[in-house]
Design a protein around this ligand. Structure first.
Ligand code: FPP
Length: 266
């Protein structure tokens, strides 16, 4: 079971040899069967840095570089939605210094990349309690939303001060308010109503969740949306996660039989 989750492939499938080139992986990819929505828990920056005797901030900076490459490849492949976990509601528990570094990296990333992202038609859609972010981060996020709002290419969901439980709580509160004001009846609440009150309203659920760094957890990410998402786990730390790893994950995804709780159709 874990082997399957970790992406071991049937004999006739593409090999996971490190020597395989990006071009070879690309050649094997069926461009008509790409996932619409890929979600990523960008984990392992701290360990990656510690193993190199470097401060954790070094790992986070390397993590931003990895993210840049993955966004680029997502655009090239014409993926429709990419969702990354950049800062969780639990990450405030980290030392102040680390939180500050993560926030400065966010500001730096958005300010530096916005022109390129817009040139590539990427729409940035932050998800989370943005009002609690430090002022500079909020300003950068507002700028990125404003500048990219009319873009029609890749929707780039950036989970910031995001928690799956907090998202569901917010949805329940909003729906409750609508019931009180007579706008919705209790008996009318269904899956769609709940989905419409999440940050991902109007978007398909992720087809594929990638978690690097060897941990097998969902970590309060997209708790509602991941119901039937395929998981792809790897020991590679996020800063080392590159184009080849994404291609490998997509190739493995193309071998999965998705049944959504039903029976397999021929
Ligand atoms: C987890 O690694 C990673 C994070 C908490 C932050 C992810 C953020 C980035 C990649 C950079 C900032 C994001 C943007 C959008 C600019 P960890 O620190 O938990 O690693 P560890 O598990 O090895 O300690």
């Amino acid at each position: 079971m874990f082997k399957r989750l970790l992406g071991d492939r049937p004999k006739n499938a593409v090999s996971r040899e490190k020597t395989i080139t990006e071009e070879e992986l690309l050649k094997q990819l069926d461009m008509t069967k790409l996932p619409e929505h890929v979600a990523i828990i960008m984990d392992g920056n701290g360990r990656w840095a510690t193993r190199r005797g470097a401060p954790r901030s070094f790992g986070h900076r390397a993590g931003v570089n990895a993210l840049r490459e993955i966004v680029k490849l997502s655009v090239e492949l014409k993926l429709k939605y990419l969702t990354v976990y950049a800062f969780s509601t639990e990450n405030w528990k980290r030392p102040h210094e680390e939180v500050n570094i993560l926030m400065s990296l966010l500001v730096e990333y958005l300010n530096k990349e916005i022109d390129k992202l817009c040139a590539n038609n990427v729409r940035i859609h932050p998800m989370g309690i943005l009002s609690e972010l430090p002022e500079k981060a909020r300003e950068a996020v507002d700028m990125a939303i404003r500048r990219s709002n009319n873009n029609s290419g890749l929707v780039f969901n950036v989970a910031l001060n995001y928690g799956g439980r907090s998202e569901l709580l917010m949805a329940v509160q909003e729906i409750g308010q609508k019931i009180i004001s007579g706008y919705i009846k209790v008996e009318d609440i269904n899956d769609q109503v709940i989905a419409d009150h999440l940050y991902t309203a109007g978007q398909p659920d992720p087809d594929l969740l990638i978690r690097p760094s060897g941990d097998y957890r969902v970590s309060n990410f997209l708790l509602w949306q991941l119901a039937y998402t395929e998981l792809w786990l790897t020991d590679t730390m996020w800063p080392d996660f590159g184009r080849k790893e994404l291609l490998q994950a997509l190739l493995d995804f193309q071998l999965r039989e998705r049944r959504f709780g039903g029976l397999l159709h021929n």
